[in-house]
Design a protein around this ligand. Structure first.
Ligand SMILES: [Zn+2]
Length: 214
């Protein structure tokens, strides 16, 4: 049965309307199907009042409790009293090496590895002429300001290996190299643990191009 089938079953179901709306809200979240959505709704129905109140408060205050770091555009707690996010405020992190990413989610994916000790710059998007997204729609001006202050000497372009991500990286490389910034692009290659025979041609070519001496 497809998702439309499931939806019909739900509409004919005896759930009261507020409960039905809660299930539908869960279903709208990524990776949540009808069974999980229903299970979550029933879980909340039985959960202690304080837990439900806390969850509801966190959700309703989420947007206003977060602001963007004026330096790197990472999300930060509005109430810390700090000017910048925890990464930009960390004196142990190299301010001269900046990893440029498309979105905050990517920043946290890299941060999770614990391997990168520089700082970030979040573009909040990527170039897409077809959708009318030009450089002025991205946080490029802020990156130019950071470079202009002489703070950045190395830039690692970590935009996605898509057409838009590649053209964004190319645009930034052309813009920042003449300013004396050492610009590099992250390598794209074969997932660890995957047999080579299963790798697509473009990924294989990219991995050969990004080879390193041993
Ligand atoms: Zn920051």
């Amino acid at each position: 049965m497809g998702s439309n089938g499931s939806r019909d079953v739900l509409h004919k179901s005896p759930y009261p309307l507020p409960f039905h709306h809660l299930i539908e809200s869960f279903r709208a979240l990524p990776g949540i199907g009808i069974k999980t959505a229903t299970r979550l709704a029933f879980h909340l129905l039985k959960a202690p009042e304080t837990d439900v109140t806390q969850l509801s408060r966190l959700l309703s205050e989420l947007r206003e409790s977060l602001v963007l770091c004026p330096q790197c555009q990472n999300i930060m707690d509005r109430d810390t009293g700090r000017d910048w996010c925890t990464i930009c405020s960390d004196p142990a992190r190299d301010p001269g090496t900046v990893m440029v990413v498309e979105d905050v989610q990517t920043l946290y994916s890299i941060e999770r590895t614990g391997e990168f000790r520089g700082r970030y710059h979040v573009l909040l998007g990527r170039l897409s002429p077809l959708e009318g997204i030009g450089p002025e729609a991205l946080r490029v001006r802020e990156l130019l300001e950071r470079t202009g202050s002489g703070e950045i000497h190395e830039m690692i372009l970590a935009t996605s290996p898509t057409v838009e991500g590649e053209s964004t990286a190319l645009y930034l490389a052309r813009l920042f190299k003449p300013l004396g910034v050492k610009v590099s692009r992250i390598a794209f290659g074969i997932p660890v643990g995957l047999e080579l025979e299963f790798v697509d041609d473009i990924t294989l070519i990219r991995s050969v191009e990004a080879r390193r001496p041993m």
